[in-house]
Design a protein around this ligand. Structure first.
Ligand code: SF4
Ligand code: FES
Length: 253
């Protein structure tokens, strides 16, 4: 009996500077396949629909459970995680393409460094010097911990940047993910000590003023992070910070 197959059209690119092109594959169907397993079929059987031997499709993945954010790509027009997208739930033919907000390295592999650079720019971490044991650290009220946990689910997947009309190659807007991480680290009892530095970074070029309030980000975030609520809260916080900077009240005793 002939094996059941489905069609997957992959937007490919051989190198960062070469032109993209589409390649069609006939993939052997198995129940409960996700897009990663469909892509693995193109490695196992690297022949396109015309029967030509081709280079296996390249992509990135790691956790395979929607936690690392590495496998984001545009599937049937929607930016999402390939590991969490089931073939059975998709219209066919399935179209798979790299995200457009990021530079393509090869095929579906994109360079997400603009997201990591944004996290560095806004100091999205808790500074500890590591030279001595700091102990357990301050406790957070349980309600606040639960709220902060929701923000901490960000996996730097890039889907919110892909959906945002203000993040593109002509703009240096850092995007909603890094903004929301500022809110997370400013809420931490230790991270709060650097709140002013983070808010100052948000008031620089590419910061919070780059948000055009399109609200696409909150619609697409696979972790359900309340991005627009974070941005609204940070608008208020940066206004307060600019008054503090003007009157120097951070240093008044
Ligand atoms: S905020 Fe959501 S969509 Fe944006 S990078 Fe984080 S997990 Fe992905
Ligand atoms: S492989 Fe980690 S999110 Fe898909």
């Amino acid at each position: 009996m002939a094996e059941e197959k489905f069609t997957m059209i992959v937007t490919r690119q051989d190198s960062p500077d070469s032109a993209p092109y589409e390649e069609t594959f006939q993939i052997n169907y198995r129940k409960n396949m996700n897009i990663i397993s469909a892509l693995m079929e193109t490695q196992r059987n690297p022949f396109n629909a015309e029967g030509q031997h081709v280079a296996p499709v390249q992509w990135e993945s790691n956790c395979l459970e929607e936690v690392c954010g590495a496998c984001s790509m545009v599937i049937n027009g929607e930016p999402r995680q390939a590991c969490a997208t089931l073939v059975d739930n998709l219209e066919q033919p399935i179209r798979v393409a790299p995200m457009t907000t990021f530079k393509v390295e090869r095929d579906l592999v994109v360079d997400r460094s603009r997201m990591f650079d944004a996290l560095k720019k806004v100091k999205a971490w808790i500074p500890i010097d590591g030279t001595y044991d700091l102990g357990a650290g301050p406790k957070m009220p349980e309600k606040k911990r639960q709220w902060a946990y929701e923000l901490s689910k960000c996996m730097t997947c890039g889907v919110c940047l892909e959906a945002c009309p203000n993040v593109n190659s002509n703009s240096d807007f850092i995007g909603p993910a890094a903004l929301s991480q500022v809110r997370l680290f400013n809420a931490h009892p230790t991270g709060e000590m650097n709140k002013g530095d983070r808010l100052d970074a948000l008031m620089e070029d590419g910061g919070i003023s780059g948000c055009g309030n399109a609200q696409n980000c909150v619609e697409v975030c696979p972790k359900g992070i309340p991005l627009t609520t974070s941005i609204a809260a940070l608008n208020r916080d940066t206004n307060i910070q600019s008054f503090k900077n003007f009157f120097g009240s951070d240093y008044a005793y």
